[in-house]
Design a binder for this molecule. Structure first.
Ligand code: PHE
Length: 359
C-alpha cells in the first residue's frame, strides 16, 4: 500500500487546478479529488487494509493532502470568480445604463439671452440681494412713504428681526432699525450700483422679485426681471430708444419678419419722462384678426423705461446737472411666454419634466 505516494497525487492535482480556467471545470476537479466518492475518500477507505504500523502516518498524510487541496481549490475559486466578474464588468457588448442629462431651465435661458444682447452692447451684469431695505426699494427711487405709487409695487415686508437677547428677555424689538422687505422690482440695484460706482456706467441686473399677487395664469408672487441703466454725460431719450429698439429686434429676430417698437408715455416715480415699450405682435404680425395674444391690438407691452429722475441722482450723490441716464425694466416670464408661446405662468414653476424638456 505504501506505493501510494500522496506527493504524486498532490502534484497532479496542483497541475489540474493550475491549468483550470473556469468555475465549472474547477468543480469537476473538486469532485474528482474531494467528493464523497472521490480519490481521497477512496484512499481513506483503504487505510484499514494497511499493516497497523503504517495506518497512522498514511492517515495523517491523507489528511494533509485533503486540507491542502481544499485550500488550493478555494483559492482558485476566488481567483476565477474575480476574473469572471471583471470580464463581465468590462464587457463592452453589455447594454449600457442610460444617464439622464439635466438641462437649463427655460427662464435661465431667457435671462442669459437677454443679458447677452446687452453685454454685446457694452453693458455689465450686476446682481443685488432679494431682501432689500425700504430705502433702496422705494425712497431712494423717489417713491415717497405713503405715496399711492407704492401700491403699484405691492410688497412683502419682513417681520422686524428681534435680537436674540431681547427675544430671550421678552423685550420688544428695536424700532429704529430700517424696515426690510422682499424687493418688489430690480430697480433698487440702481441705488446700490450708483452709490458704489462712478459714471459712466452701463449695467444690467437679472434677478427674482416678489409681489403679493394672487396666483393665476399671468400672476405669480415671485417672478424675474432684468433691469438696465446707463449713466453718462449727454445721455438722451433717443439713446434709450435706440438701445431698446435694437434689443427688441434681436430678442425677437427668430419670430421672422420685421419687429417694430412703440414708445408710449407712462409714469414711473424714478424716471422722467417715462415710457412703456410695446413690440409689434410677434404672433399675428399686426394682422390683428382673432389674435388672442395681443387681443387684436397688434401690440404687446414688454418694457418699462425712462430717463432717470434727478431725485434718484440726488439720493446717490450724482451731479444731476452733469449727468443724465436712462433705465428700463422687463419681466422675464412675460418675454419667455411670448417668445415660446406659453399661456400660463404657473407652468414655469411646476417642475414638470414634460414641459421643461421641450426647451
Ligand atoms: N421697476 C419697474 C417695474 O417693476 C420697471 C422700470 C424699471 C421702469 C426702470 C422704468 C425704469 O415695473
Amino acid at each position: 500500500m505504501s506505493i501510494i505516494n500522496t506527493g504524486d497525487i498532490q502534484k497532479k492535482a496542483e497541475q489540474a487546478i493550475g491549468a483550470c480556467s473556469g468555475l465549472a471545470r474547477l468543480e469537476e476537479i473538486r469532485i474528482e479529488y474531494l467528493g464523497r466518492q472521490g480519490l481521497i475518500a477512496g484512499l481513506f477507505a483503504k487505510i484499514k487494509e494497511l499493516p497497523g504500523d503504517e495506518r497512522a502516518s498514511f492517515g495523517s498524510a491523507l489528511n494533509n493532502l485533503k486540507k491542502s487541496l481544499e485550500l488550493l481549490i478555494e483559492e482558485k475559486r476566488g481567483l476565477l470568480k474575480k476574473v469572471e466578474f471583471d470580464r463581465r464588468a468590462l464587457d463592452p457588448s453589455m447594454p449600457g445604463v442610460a444617464v439622464e442629462s439635466g438641462g437649463i431651465h427655460i427662464l435661465s435661458k431667457t435671462i442669459k439671452e437677454v443679458c447677452a444682447i446687452f453685454t454685446s452692447m457694452g453693458f455689465t451684469v450686476l446682481e443685488g440681494p432679494e431682501i432689500e431695505t425700504e430705502y433702496n426699494n422705494f425712497t431712494g427711487l423717489n417713491i415717497p412713504l405713503e405715496h399711492p405709487s407704492r401700491d403699484a409695487f405691492d410688497t412683502f415686508y419682513l417681520k422686524p428681526a428681534i435680537p436674540f437677547r431681547a427675544q430671550a428677555r421678552n423685550q420688544p424689538p428695536e424700532t429704529s432699525r430700517e424696515k426690510l422687505l422682499l424687493r418688489s422690482h430690480t430697480s433698487p440695484v440702481q441705488i446700490r450700483a450708483m452709490k458704489s460706482l462712478k459714471p459712466p456706467l452701463a449695467v444690467v441686473v437679472p434677478g427674482k422679485v416678489y409681489r403679493p399677487d394672487a396666483t393665476d395664469a399671468s400672476h405669480s408672487f415671485m417672478f424675474h426681471q432684468v433691469e438696465g441703466f446707463l449713466v453718462d454725460e449727454n445721455v438722451r431719450f433717443s439713446d434709450l430708444k435706440g438701445v431698446l429698439d435694437a434689443f427688441v429686434k434681436r430678442l425677437f429676430s427668430s419670430a421672422g419678419g420685421e419687429v417694430r417698437t412703440r414708445f408710449r408715455p407712462h409714469f414711473f416715480p424714478f424716471t422722467e419722462p417715462s415710457a412703456e415699450v410695446d413690440v409689434s405682435c410677434i404672433i399675428c404680425k399686426e394682422h390683428k384678426k382673432h389674435c388672442s395674444v395681443c387681443g387684436g391690438k397688434g401690440w404687446l407691452e414688454i418694457l418699462g423705461s425712462g430717463m432717470i429722475h434727478p431725485n434718484v441722482f440726488r439720493h446717490v450723490g450724482y451731479n444731476h446737472k452733469k449727468y443724465s441716464g436712462f433705465a428700463f425694466g422687463m419681466g422675464i416670464e412675460r418675454i419667455a411666454m411670448l417668445k415660446y408661446r406659453i399661456n400660463d405662468i404657473r407652468i414655469f414653476f411646476e417642475n414638470d419634466l414634460r414641459f421643461l424638456k421641450q426647451f
